[in-house]
Design a protein around this ligand. Structure first.
Ligand SMILES: [Zn+2]
Ligand SMILES: [Zn+2]
Length: 281
């Protein structure tokens, strides 16, 4: 978050959203139900503040008490008050903007957040608890309601224990490749009858396994299988997979890059954005 002032940019973006909302609410609140400007007297301020409270209720909770004590302190009439309000809103925005651009302690910022990014990230990675029927990658739809389970990156099916019954070798192909091929699978679900991968929905209607659009994204798992082929075989009491020669040339850097591009960076930015967007009291 310190790189390229990412956190500063996120904060500024949200600040703009908040300022816009307050400005809009002030403009709306300064008019009566008939759309006519409230008269310039002290009573109108009560109406103005009350309106603002109603319009902003979804974003800011202002207690009735706070509203009353604010009203008690205001000595001016409605129009100059509205002007002062928008002026100080502008000043506050600039002041905050400057605070954001000064170097900040990210850890401190994160500690102050009402929702912890690490919890949100965990929820996303943990998903809904379902796993791809072929490669066992967890569904990434999180706790949200979703029609179909899905994952951004699938992996060689051997990592999910899939093996060739005859040779006992772990299966090296990705499910995202197989669902677009003429290949067939069989397991307990199909009662060991061969079934085309492309018709996987016959058995797993809740899963959406897309075509392999981001080949590099799976580089990470291909690399993992190449590196730990023997150990997976041992653990799963199978024979090592026949990995394609091309996979052996994937470097650690490429593997990590694929993972970052497809997953971590997207996920973190998405999650942090959502946290900043979350309504704060
Ligand atoms: Zn899969
Ligand atoms: Zn799911």
């Amino acid at each position: 978050m310190s790189i390229d002032k990412t956190s500063c940019k996120l904060k500024s973006k949200n600040l703009q959203v908040i300022v816009n909302k307050i400005t809009e609410a002030t403009e709306r609140a300064s008019k009566g139900e008939d759309g006519v400007q409230l008269p310039d007297n002290q009573e109108s301020i009560t109406k103005l503040i009350n309106n603002m409270r109603t319009y902003l209720i979804k974003d800011i909770s202002i207690s009735e008490e706070a509203e009353k004590s604010t009203l008690f302190q205001i000595q001016s009439t409605c129009h100059p008050f509205t002007e002062s309000l928008s002026k100080s809103l502008g000043e506050l925005k600039e002041q905050l903007q400057e605070e954001f651009s000064n170097s900040e302690d990210i850890t401190e910022t994160l500690n102050k957040l009402p929702i912890k990014p690490q919890d949100e990230l965990f929820k996303r990675v943990f998903g809904c608890g379902q796993q791809c029927p072929f490669c066992k990658v967890p569904c990434e739809a999180g706790g949200k309601e979703h029609e179909k389970h899905h994952a951004a990156v699938h992996r060689p099916q051997g990592l999910g224990r899939y093996r060739d019954v005859a040779t006992k070798k772990l299966v090296e192909t990705l499910c995202t490749t197989d669902v677009h091929s003429k290949c067939k699978f069989r397991n307990t679900e199909t009662k060991y009858e061969w079934h085309p991968y492309k018709d996987y929905m016959d058995y797993y209607p809740d899963w959406l396994i897309p075509p392999d659009s981001t080949i590099e994204a799976s580089d990470y798992w291909k690399y993992v299988l190449v590196q730990y082929n023997e150990r997976f075989a041992q653990e799963y009491e199978a024979k090592p997979a026949d990995v394609p020669e091309a996979w052996r040339r994937i470097t650690k850097e490429q593997a990590l890059k694929g993972l970052k591009d497809a997953f971590i960076i997207n996920n973190i930015q998405h999650t942090i954005l959502n946290i900043f967007k979350t309504k704060q009291h």
